[in-house]
Design a protein around this ligand. Sequence first.
Ligand code: GAL
Length: 808
Amino acid sequence: MRKRILGFLILLINLQLSSQTLISELESWRFYKGENPAAFKRGFDDKTWEKVKVPHDWAIYGPFNKEIDKQIVRIEQNNETKATEKTGRTGALPFIGVGWYRTNLKLPEDLDHKKVLLTFDGAMSNAEVYINGKKVGERPYGYSYFYFDISDLIETDKENIVAVRLENQEFSSRWYPGAGLYRKVKLIVKDKISFKHWGHYVTTPFIDKNRAEVSIKSEVNGDSVRILTKILNADGKMVGMNEFHQKAFSNEIAQNIAVKDPILWSPENPYLYRAVMKLYSGEVLKDSAVVRFGIREINYSASKGFELNGKITKFKGVCLHHDLGPIGTAVNRAALKRQLTILKDLGCNAIRSSHNMPSLEQLELCDEMGFLFLAESFDEWKKPKVKNGYNQYFDDWAEKDVVNLVRATRNHPCIVMWSAGNEVPDQWGHEGVGRLKWLQDIFHREDPTRPVTVGMDQVKSVMENGFGAILDIPGLNYRVHLYEEAYEQFPQGLLLGSETASTVSSRGVYKFPVEAGPQKQYDDLQSSSYDLEFCSWSNLPEDDFVMQDDKPWVIGEFVWTGFDYLGEPTPYDEFWPSRSSYFGICDLAGIPKDRYYLYRSRWNTEDNTLHVLPHWNWEGREGEITPVFVYTNFNSAELFINGKSQGVKKKSKEPGLQRYRLMWMETKYEPGTLKVIAYDDQGNIAAEKTIVTASKPHAIKLEPDRKIIQADGNDLCYVTASIVDSKGNLCPTASSRLNFKVEGKGEFRAVCNGDATSLEVFHEPTMKVFNGKLVVLVESLKVSGEIELTVSGEGLKTSKLKIYSSLP
Ligand code: GAL
């Protein structure tokens, strides 16, 4: 009984009152892993089921097991000629099988004239939804947003039960998809006379310095209504207003409102307005809605490429999978915000949600923080990449999934392009050309304001069969050697690097001799951070830089990937225990690899970058050649080993690595000090950086990403723990085991060390550091106060860190 009352109170607190409309997040559920044929029934007893908080990923708790979804396949798009065993392809976490979720709905007593909606931001996967034992509907694609009108199934005098059955098939993904109700589920109760869900469409068709026209189209349920709209600026001041008296002829009401002296949205100044809309029937307020939008103009042309607000802008982008490393796919705003904060410092200005619909939280953050967004839909159409992939659903669901993608997200100013697919095998042959035309037309019908791309890898084929020519924006994945030819062939006069680089590296790992090459493999299943290793189909960052810099018709790039992700452990797809990727600019824990500074030296034009690698702890390599690389925005630098100059290196104008990195290939290791001095173009000292040979591990240094977090039960503090010597220098080869304790108003949430071969689970409060570092996640409770993290390890001085949580 107590639990029930508590549940009811939480629900009430979560209810957001927007005039007559109640929106509540359904957070508390019971979960059961496995089949249970009676679980959809109303009277079913779920008391023994696990209590979980949604968003929830049932598989992230592991354990890792090489037998899970072991795929014996030939990966066609990786140019493989025979089938081999791929163990970690989907992360080796237990996401396969059936899972059930159940919760109670507490509804207001008076439901006459009410509409009740149940919304899912995504459910992994093959969702079947039941209300009070009756099936409401289903949604196979795990990344799709969807909702049901459950008004007719709700009973006012009884407890209403929602049951959701999910099932993930084997051989259905090329990466870790996660499992469960991993995104938000909401209940919306509103008047029958109301705005339609996702019914608003805000565009800004006319913009100049003094005035912008804001067009708002709203679909409404109900005949005789009027809308009162106020446009508020970022300070909450009203800057435009409209009252629409006219009776609606169809179910759509269009308003055009002028905003004077508009402040334009851009990555540099992500300025947001709000349209606050009230819907009246006679004098009675029936519904209200707040739609956030930006005023910005996008244009794509052969002569100028991509322009944002009239300014030529190149995409300095990264591709991101949806998993959040140690917390899996359970969507979390703090985790997403941390990723974007790291990417902002990198100078990145764009995100591609590869290869599916992004979370709504990620889009909100990109609006707020200023990132351009390429919103993708599918990794497969009708022709399979994996046996049980989207090919099973394409015919019946593709249109519905695209429609929902566009309608749910079209008011986000960050979205500047749609993607209808990634490397779909339908690029071959003529049927695929028809499918592309069909899908692109759906995007255009739903949103005429943004162009459509597809990430294409079969470049010869799409040049021949017309696939590439149909697209609004031709996107090429890798194949830089074909850019020129494709540009000549395609009619659009521009090209996007929809996926680039796929360079691989492990943080803090350096291999000798230092040589560039594809598909390099080592016994420890790691890749070298000299950033010279890539895949048979891909290339080094510099091969893209040359295209980006020298070809004005290349409108930008999306690097594969910003962060490592679970699954796809190329070049070790066939080697256990590799279970996560090596592609990231940052590792799975979000710690920057060396490559981060290579991109930063180009992309971040506000701050200087001076980074030197490798580390300088090479006991046993004394006197051996140990090359040193420097990533910097300055054009030249001088290197000193123990005070002795190793010469000045200058960036070369010729194509090749020397154009972008400074490399001392003949330096020999001797313990001590490695110092680099960067010079400006006048030869003055511009910046300096020194690293030293560390002595024995001595203590643990703790660095939180924030000192104060919100007491909302979901906020996360990311604390980087580094092993340091007695002088505070990072011990770059340390592998000490650390233990964590969180006391006060917070909880230990997870830990991650970024090692793609580690089989330690993320949710136990102990883990070994990988090359001196790991990241601990501390979660807030719903009460404010002090939180103390204690980190200890054998032979190391224990460290304590205080952080605080405050009420929102
Ligand atoms: C691309 C593909 C990505 C990823 C990447 C790895 O071909 O689109 O999903 O597999 O290769 O290099």
